[in-house]
Design a protein around this ligand. Structure first.
Ligand SMILES: Nc1ncnc2c1ncn2[C@@H]1O[C@H](COP(=O)(O)OP(=O)(O)O)[C@@H](O)[C@H]1O
Ligand SMILES: N[C@@H](CCOP(=O)(O)O)C(=O)O
Length: 328
């Protein structure tokens, strides 16, 4: 359950009154999610049907200073036809405001559900939607450094310590030491860069059938290597949840869908095996840190770091190096 802040009916009504959306009709806390508090609210103007919105209150993991980037990006992408929610500005045309010292934003509700077991057709659609975002984001004009890049993985994993990693799994400290050295020595410096989502997991994609209806949760979006975003999405979509089973059909569909919209250049394709090792390390690092540091009585259950250690081993295996080669 991730509604960290309690908002009573009066507070919710007062917040809604700051927007030109009519009066509050209903509000329900949303259990899914990890970082922020979210409510599904309905509001109605006189004589009109009720409209749904998502009210997000930003908790400690999102810096208020980053909100103009995140929320401006949503509006930029939505205006260019990407399936992302628009932000609803308040009566003073502000994209976010504050309540009791916390920032909050009102966001367009998009229909759809997150899939647990994607089909190739769905993976293809997600690949295409990701490529659409990469192209549309080109003219955004704002930058944000990746706060979850190599230096952050190194910092999080060193905070875990070799003993902490070994407590998670006897082999984990060895895998991390070996792979961090490879990534630090070989991380590419000259690939095309742009705005990336950086966390496009199935729970951040809303779908109706095979169609993508919403890409959400842009709160790790940043400026980084464009192909790294393909690698993140590949790691997130093309394995069983526990990382034990690679799904070649989903991999092929995701990459084909992406390339139907934006070609992957030769150097990007060459780099994908290493970028995928980095993507697996990125989620291994945050999950290992959370695994060791989340209090037992916390509202969220930490996710399994080994699911990404297994992906990392898969991507590092030379037998799988052909995986990203262009299919004929
Ligand atoms: N624009 C939206 N339209 C419909 N549902 C949404 C929207 N934004 C968020 N949600 C719902 O809220 C949940 C949590 O949102 P998310 O942004 O992933 O939270 P967190 O950043 O805390 O992980 C999603 O799984 C989805 O069910
Ligand atoms: N996708 C990450 C966790 C980040 O949570 P989100 O709900 O903000 O996407 C993972 O699976 O480790």
């Amino acid at each position: 359950m991730a509604v960290y802040t309690r908002l009573g009916a009066e507070a919710l009504s007062a917040i809604v009154a700051e927007f030109d959306i009519g009066a509050l009709v209903s509000a329900k806390g949303i259990a899914e999610g990890v970082s922020n508090s979210n409510w599904l609210i309905e509001a109605r103007k006189p004589g009109r049907d009720a409209t749904r919105y998502i009210l997000t209150m930003y908790e400690s993991r999102v810096e208020t200073g980053d909100l103009p980037f995140f929320l401006g990006l949503l509006d930029h992408l939505a205006a260019r036809g990407c399936p992302v929610p628009r932000t609803i500005h308040d009566r003073e045309n502000r994209a976010f405001r504050h309540h009791d010292g916390k920032a909050l934003a009102l966001i367009e509700f998009l229909p759809g559900v997150s899939v647990d077991e994607p089909t190739p057709a769905q993976a293809r659609a997600v690949g295409a939607a990701l490529a659409q975002v990469h192209i549309a984001a080109a003219g955004f004009g704002h930058e944000r450094a990746n706060s979850m890049g190599l230096a952050a993985w190194q910092g999080l994993l060193s905070a875990c310590g070799a003993d902490g990693l070994r407590a998670i799994h006897p082999e984990l400290a060895g895998i991390v030491e070996r792979e961090l050295a490879v990534l630090a020595a070989r991380w590419p410096r000259d690939l095309p860069r742009g705005v990336i989502h950086a966390d496009l997991f199935p729970d951040n994609v809303l779908m109706l059938g095979d169609a993508v209806t919403g890409l959400i949760d842009f709160y790790f979006a940043c400026t980084d290597i464009t192909a790294y975003d393909i690698a993140v999405t590949h790691a997130a979509w093309c394995f069983s949840n526990d990382g034990t089973r690679f799904r070649a059909d989903l991999s092929h569909a995701l990459l084909t869908g992406y390339e139907a919209v934006r070609p992957i250049s030769g150097p990007e394709r060459e780099a994908l095996p290493l970028l995928a090792r980095g993507a697996a390390m990125r989620f291994l690092a945050t999950r290992a840190y959370d695994w060791l540091n989340t209090p037992a009585d916390a509202l969220v259950t930490p996710k399994d770091p080994m699911a990404f250690a297994r992906r990392l081993e898969f991507y590092a295996d030379p037998c799988n190096s052909e995986l990203f080669r262009k299919a004929d």
